[in-house]
Design a protein around this ligand. Structure first.
Ligand code: HAM
Length: 417
């Protein structure tokens, strides 16, 4: 028996209403802010991710699906969407468009992670990226957009965590301070943190080990070591959030799992909080486009995981109405009626009426039971006699009443009903 690969799920018909709803809200909120959709391929050159998320991040070292195609090209299933969007921006010369260029995406994303509730090996991201403008107001715009999207779905009690991790100027100085703090410790930190000290010191702040948490609490705070420009930028972001009445909590430990961030980073947490609870995350990445070979171009954005959003919608008891099932079932008895059923079905669909046509050799009784089980409103019954008279019997399944209707006026009759 084959099963869906570990960490992946089938999105069954009963789930589709949630997906359609969330995707429609995403498109609507992007319209409100002028973000246009851009779809990138699900696989990219390995180098794009390796260069954009430096060595030492879990994403590059442990989580990417990497493979060679038949020509020997090293490819990666996209592990996130910001680098591909930036690649597309450079590749299609979008720097010559009016800036900033506002883009959004929606699609599957792949990470080889340990699966658990809300964490999958294939998940779907909706995200936005604003490229070509370094203003703090754009950081605020994407935070507000993300929040508006999540709130419009009915999610309650969302909290925003905010931090600034500085830039090329101030971050190295802070990293030195952080390293010195760790080197001066009497008690050893966990083995992962010992590696982080060498390879990716900012990630020390993100360690979940209880012993390391205490060390982090006492570590120097990056927000107290920002250069003047980063400080002004961070203050602007906070002032504008306050102006918009968007509550946020400063969190000096927030560094994010990807390596390309500069200045603002943020996460949005839902009511339920746990290890995998962030439903959205993002920030500014003013050096990323240059890192992947473009001209220096600032950018800011966020992504949300649709699976986590739907999980939270269900947990908060938020239901979504399913699209209406076809209202009409076509049943038949006899060979002439079987042929007529095909033609009548086509005509009714031409009139935009949803139809389920019976198949096979079931008895009429079995066909009506089938119609009942599907929950359709009407059964159109064709027997050879009706066909000869150019009629059909329309049966109201819930009222258990039926009338004969000329086939020529069937569409009009059903629409009226
Ligand atoms: P990220 O925080 O790695 O950021 O992922 C964004 C969101 O995707 C998370 O908040 C979470 O909801 C969802 N997510 C991530 N991994 C999984 C998983 N294994 N299973 C289910 N959901 C998951 C990024 O990917 C950045 N590219 C965001 C960004 C855009 N930054 C700037 N622009």
């Amino acid at each position: 028996m084959y099963r869906a690969p570990r960490g992946t799920v089938d999105i069954l018909p009963a789930e589709q209403a949630y997906w359609a709803h969330v995707q429609a809200r995403a498109a609507e909120v992007c319209r409100l802010y002028g973000y246009e959709r851009l779809d990138t391929p699900v696989f990219e050159d390995y180098g794009l991710f390796a260069r954009s998320s430096a060595d030492g991040t879990d994403l590059v070292e442990k989580e990417m699906y990497v493979f060679e195609d038949r020509s020997g090209q090293k490819l990666t299933l996209r592990a996130e969407n910001t680098a591909p969007i930036c690649r597309a921006y450079v590749e299609h010369g979008m720097a010559s468009l009016p800036q900033p260029v506002r883009l959004y995406y929606l699609g599957p994303t792949f990470r080889y992670e340990r699966p658990q509730a809300g964490r999958y090996r294939q998940h779907h991201q909706f995200g936005c990226e604003a490229l070509g403008d370094a203003s703090a107001s754009l950081d605020v715009e994407v935070i507000e957009l993300a929040l508006r999207f999540l709130s419009s779905l009915g999610l309650q009690q969302l909290s925003i965590l905010l931090n600034s991790i500085g830039c090329r100027q101030c971050q190295p100085h802070y990293v030195d301070l952080l390293r010195s703090h760790y080197e001066s410790l009497a008690v050893p930190v966990c083995s992962d943190c010992r590696v982080r000290m060498v390879r990716n010191p900012l990630r020390l702040l993100d360690c979940k080990e209880p012993a390391c948490r205490t060390v982090v609490d006492e570590a120097p705070r990056i927000s107290e070591h920002l250069c003047p420009d980063c400080e002004i930028h961070f203050r602007d972001v906070q002032e504008q959030l306050t102006l918009l009445g968007i509550p946020y909590a400063l969190n000096h430990k927030l560094v994010r799992g990807l390596d390309y961030y500069t200045r603002t980073v943020f996460e949005i947490l839902p009511q339920r909080q746990g290890g995998q609870s962030a439903i959205a995350g993002g920030g500014r990445y003013d050096e990323l486009i240059e890192q992947i070979g473009g001209r220096p171009t600032p950018g800011v954005g966020f992504a949300t995981g649709l699976e986590r959003i739907i999980l939270n919608l269900k947990e908060q008891g938020i239901t979504v109405s399913s699209p209406a099932a076809p209202a009409v079932y076509i049943a038949f008895r006899g060979d002439a009626a079987r042929r007529a059923a095909v033609l009548v079905s086509r005509e009714l669909r031409d009139s935009h009426i949803g139809i389920i046509t019976s198949t096979g050799d079931r008895s009429l009784k079995a066909q009506l039971r089938h119609a009942n089980a599907l929950g359709v409103r009407y059964a159109v019954i064709l027997g050879d006699d009706e066909v000869e008279r150019g009629e059909a019997v329309v049966r109201d399944m819930s009222a258990n009443a039926q009338v004969a209707v000329p086939q020529a006026s069937l569409a009009a009759y059903l629409r009226e009903e």
